[in-house]
Design a protein around this ligand. Structure first.
Ligand SMILES: Nc1ncnc2c1ncn2[C@@H]1O[C@H](COP(=O)(O)OP(=O)(O)OP(=O)(O)O)[C@@H](O)[C@H]1O
Length: 392
């Protein structure tokens, strides 16, 4: 919901504000570019104005809700409000609150949440809250029985007085927070057709790292359904980053999986992980990426016991980022639903098909190296060199 005449989206960022002025200026520039790309990708009209602390989107009232939805998909944005802009003159602010109340108040409790960034003005936020509250009350008193509730109001009239402009709004839509995409170095995202890896990739993007998606083709153990799910989740992730290239590298792994299934029993899954990591490292060197992100969580599967993660991680010199390390499955599923990558398919696909009868939960590196094919890591490097790009 927005005040009548609202044609501006007020954008708030969070961690960007903790930076030095030089870094903040750079990050605000990236944020503006990313917002412009999101608007263009979704054919939403709007001009982004780069203002210190609060970028603005100037659009039309018709497009204001779509513009707000788009900007709250931008990494780095903490929240956004579709707002009516008036001058900083107190009488004009009160008048705008009255007009907004007449158009949007429908009964129930209300509050005025006023902030004033410009401390040189001859009034403070409490004046606005008190006088604005009275004006709202009088504007609707004939038709309703208004009630003020400062703790849990049904409707909050937001007022933000900044340099030369005042923003009046009724909604504060949460964004993902984090840092603008592109403010950190890129990483390789190992994506499967499962629920977790797209969430992990999203979390790295949320902290500013563009991802280069890589899918390991498991041959007969993967299958069209598995690969299609992986590609679809990357396509959804790419809607958050329209100005970044998110084509997927498909790494051929079928022959190696066959070999592992035929030659190994207990440590098979761990050697497969080692293959993944080394292939990702080789790809990272090729595309100038600086790390690997996976959807692993401590203790979620036998290959993800803390001990096994320690052993398998030795296959690469790159850092393996595991943003979901401490997340519970229910939280991962909830996040996947929220960002749109959840798939409720229960097809038993991918790595699950490779799992042996007896799994290893307590691996040691030396016996694992002795049991796995001698050329496992060379195979991984060769597979990464043979990777092909899949256009989404
Ligand atoms: N075929 C694959 N291609 C690329 N990466 C993969 C593949 N299979 C698994 N991974 C990576 O290894 C991690 C752990 O794999 P695991 O088999 O435990 O998960 P999954 O259930 O297949 O997928 P997810 O973790 O996405 O739900 C995944 O989160 C993902 O990062």
């Amino acid at each position: 919901m927005h005040p009548p005449g609202a044609d501006t989206v007020l954008v708030r960022h969070g961690d960007v504000n903790t930076k030095s002025n030089t870094v903040k200026r750079y990050m605000e520039g990236l944020l503006v570019e990313n917002i412009e790309a999101l608007l263009a990708d979704r054919s939403i009209p709007g001009e982004v104005e780069r203002r210190w602390n609060r970028p603005l989107i100037h659009t039309s009232e018709d497009a204001i809700e779509d513009a707000t939805a788009a900007v709250t998909d931008a990494f780095g944005v903490v929240s956004a409000s579709p707002a009516l802009v008036v001058s900083t003159e107190k009488a004009r602010i009160i008048e705008a609150l009255e007009e907004t109340a007449r158009a949007c108040y429908n009964g129930g409790t209300f509050a005025v949440d006023a902030r004033r960034a410009d401390k040189t003005l001859p009034y403070d936020s409490e004046d606005i809250a008190r006088e604005g509250g009275t004006a709202i009350w009088e504007a609707v008193d004939d038709d309703f029985e208004p009630e003020v509730d400062l703790d849990d109001p049904d409707l909050t009239f937001g007022v933000e007085v900044r340099e030369e402009l005042t923003f009046i709004y009724l909604e504060t839509v949460p964004g993902p927070g984090g840092l603008p995409l592109g403010s950190q170095e890129p990483v390789i995202a190992l994506v499967s057709g499962g629920i977790d890896s797209p969430v992990a990739a999203y979390e790295m993007m949320r902290r500013g790292s563009p991802v280069v998606p890589a899918y390991v083709d498991l041959g007969d153990y993967g299958g069209i359904d598995h690969e299609a799910r992986a590609m679809e989740t990357v396509r959804i992730l790419s809607t958050y980053a329209p100005n970044f290239d998110m084509q997927v590298y498909r790494i051929p792994g079928g022959e190696t999986v066959d070999l592992l299934v035929n030659e190994m029993e207990q440590g098979r899954m761990l050697s497969l992980r080692r293959f993944f990591y080394r292939a990702a490292e080789t790809l990272a060197d090729r595309v100038n990426a600086n790390g690997i992100v996976t959807g692993e969580a401590a203790g979620q599967k036998s290959s993800q016991t803390v001990r096994n993660l320690g052993v398998t991680s030795r296959a690469t010199r790159l850092p393996i980022h595991r943003p979901l390390l401490t997340w519970d499955k229910a939280d991962i599923v909830a996040k996947a639903r929220e960002i749109g990558t959840f798939t409720d398919s229960t097809i038993d696909a991918g790595c699950n098909r490779v799992t042996p009868g007896r799994v290893e939960t307590n691996a040691r590196l030396e016996p694992l190296l002795a049991a796995e094919p001698d050329d496992l890591l060379e195979r991984a490097a060769a597979a990464a060199a043979d990777a092909t790009l899949v256009t989404l």
